[in-house]
Design a protein around this ligand. Structure first.
Ligand code: ADP
Length: 582
């Protein structure tokens, strides 16, 4: 900009000088021509008066020349009669000269009796000359002439000198201007470079301060630098805050999403990317919420929050990378933000819902399991009351059944109590040191009658005499009894049941109970550890089972940081393996 102004001023100055030169040349030329006119007039008049006084042409011309000649031989004087015949010329021989009556200046002077003048190029010299003619009282024509160029070149050289001086002045001014422009534009260029660098993201770019600290440019540079410093620290603080906020949002184990207008996702925390399997950068692409959650209900919820400016929530089952998950979805409007938006959090309540369902299933199962023996007991009591009591034999059979059902009821309540006790327990408070081998023997003895009744032999495999463990004796006894009881109940009549306990290399205790019964098919193997799950309900009932035995085993295994599993092939028996950290 400054350079353009500078060039414009220089051009105007140059034109002004040229115009001034030309105008001066014209004015001075005119003035000079007038002076030449006056000069020749005076000279002619002297010659004319000399002629009138009776001098001959030569004398008259000499007198005039003597009065005016500057020795430059520039002046010419021609004297002719009234008819134009030349009688004298100071620079030529009159006898060789033609008649001058047709010369415009002479013609004019003869015709008007006043001064005639003309400027034309001389035939003799070939340059511009001023011709002036007057008629004397003695009717002689005096014509004087002089070269104009001699004067003009003098003016020209004068003007040339002035122009050169002016040009030198202008050149000096231009140089000074150039230096000034450089002086002014250097900090401006630096300012421009710093602004461009900052625009491209380099917030550390600063303007080089001029040496002169007091001028406007320096103050501007200082103001710019201080603004840049403030901007840089503000941006750094902003980036720091954003990083902190991102870290906080990423550390939240629930998926968190933010949406803007038309439910376009503007933010996802790390967990949302994992759960929904979408690693998108909202700065790069507009991504509708429904493409992430696969459920238009989430968009509806976000829109409701945005339009009502209230927090709204809903329970939704969403298909995620980790399978179907039940979420408690909460959408809150982004208050204080200029743009419309909402923040959506997804709290996984699958486990809570599963536990809730398990509880209600359990209550339903318990009610059902309790009802069955109770209905049976009440039925037989009714029958007895109705007269069956009179028949001693029938009464005894009915009382026997009532006793079995009451025992089942007792067993069931017992198992439910054990289960609820273990479920609430995370630490074994009754841990004691005892020999597991003797406990296995004890359990085998306790179930011996039942085994004998089905002609089953219990084979205890013990490599070592003692197997010391640290645990609750009652709980481990429960595990052994439940497994052995099942093996005897569901094993082959006349078959064998093997039990063994081995300390593994990693310190875990492996307890195995194997039978040679019909086995359990694959589809039931995972489920038999669930509460009240039975492969064959009537068989379990006949065997006096409650459907809780294996569930209790599994929970005790978990209490001792282990697990319970079964390996079985239909027809080839079942092997229950319990791993325990005891
Ligand atoms: P229950 O009181 O009915 O025995 P459990 O929880 O102990 O309940 O066992 C669940 C189910 O697993 C049983 O009803 C039975 O169908 C099956 N089961 C358990 N042990 C065996 C086994 N050794 N052989 C075959 N089936 C078994």
């Amino acid at each position: 900009m400054l350079k353009r102004i500078y060039l414009l001023v220089a051009a105007i100055a140059l034109i002004a000088v040229m115009v001034t030169g030309l105008v001066s040349f014209d004015v001075i030329s005119q003035y000079n021509d007038q002076a030449a006119h006056r000069y020749l007039t005076s000279m002619s008049k002297i010659a004319a008066s000399e002629l009138d006084d009776g001098s001959d042409p030569q004398q008259a011309a000499d007198a005039a020349l003597a009065a005016f000649a500057d020795g430059s031989n520039n002046l010419r004087i021609t004297i002719a009669d009234i008819d134009g015949n030349v009688v004298y010329d100071n620079q030529a021989d009159p006898t060789n000269m033609d008649n001058h009556a047709d010369r415009p200046e002479i013609m004019h002077a003869i015709r008007t009796g006043t001064i005639g003048s003309a400027i034309r190029s001389s035939d003799t010299v070939g340059e511009d000359m001023l011709y002036l003619a007057i008629v004397s009282e003695s009717d002689m024509v005096v014509r004087t002439s002089m070269l104009l160029n001699a004067h003009r070149s003098a003016i020209f050289s004068m003007i040339r000198t002035s122009v050169i001086v002016l040009l030198i002045v202008i050149a000096s001014l231009a140089l000074a201007g150039l230096l000034l422009v450089k002086y002014i534009t250097r900090p401006l260029s630096s300012l421009h470079e710093a602004a461009v660098a900052m625009g491209q993201g380099d917030l550390s770019a600063r303007v080089l301060l001029p040496e002169d600290n007091e001028n406007e440019m320096s103050r501007l540079a200082q103001a710019y630098n201080s603004m840049a410093t403030k901007l840089q620290s503000a941006m750094e603080e902003l980036a720091d805050r954003k990083a902190r906020l991102d870290a906080i949002l990423d550390s939240i184990t629930d998926p968190v999403l933010a949406v803007g207008e038309r439910c376009a996702v503007t933010f996802l925390n790390a967990h949302a990317k994992v759960v929904f399997g979408r690693s998108i950068d909202p700065d790069d692409a507009v991504y509708p919420l429904v493409l992430i959650t696969h459920d238009p209900n989430t968009e509806k919820l976000a829109e409701e929050a945005m339009s009502s400016q209230q927090t709204v929530s809903k329970e939704l089952s969403l298909n995620t990378e980790q399978g179907d998950i039940i979420f408690h979805v909460t959408a809150s409007p982004l208050k204080g933000s200029q743009n419309i938006g909402a923040i959506i959090t997804f709290h996984d309540i699958s486990e809570a819902r599963k536990a809730q369902k398990m509880r209600s299933d359990f209550v339903a199962n318990v009610t059902h399991e309790l009802k069955t023996p109770l209905t049976s007991i009440r039925g037989f009591i009714e029958t007895l009351r109705g007269g069956a009591i009179a028949d001693r034999k029938v009464a005894d059979r009915f009382l026997e059944i009532i006793d079995v059902e009451a025992e089942r009821l007792h067993q069931l309540i017992n198992d439910i109590l054990i289960l609820s006790e273990i479920e609430q327990q995370t630490l074994d408070k009754e841990a004691e040191k005892f020999d597991l081998n003797s406990l296995i023997d004890e359990a085998a003895v306790l179930l011996d009658d039942k085994a004998v009744a089905r002609d089953i032999s219990i084979i205890v495999n013990q490599d070592i005499e003692q197997l010391p463990v640290q645990a609750s004796r009652n709980r481990i006894k429960q595990v052994l009894l439940n497994l052995l009881d099942n093996a005897i109940s569901y094993g082959k009549e006349g078959g064998k049941v093997y039990i063994s306990a081995i300390r593994q290399a990693d310190g875990m205790l492996e307890l195995t109970v194997r039978d040679d019964g019909p086995g359990i098919s694959k589809e039931h193997q995972d489920r038999i550890f669930e509460r009240f799950y039975r492969v064959d309900r009537s068989r379990s009932r006949d065997a006096g089972g409650t459907g809780l035995g294996l569930s209790i085993v599994k929970h005790i295994a978990q209490l001792y940081h282990g697990q319970a599993s079964v390996a079985s092939e239909p027809g080839a028996g079942s092997t229950f393996t319990i791993m325990l950290d005891i």
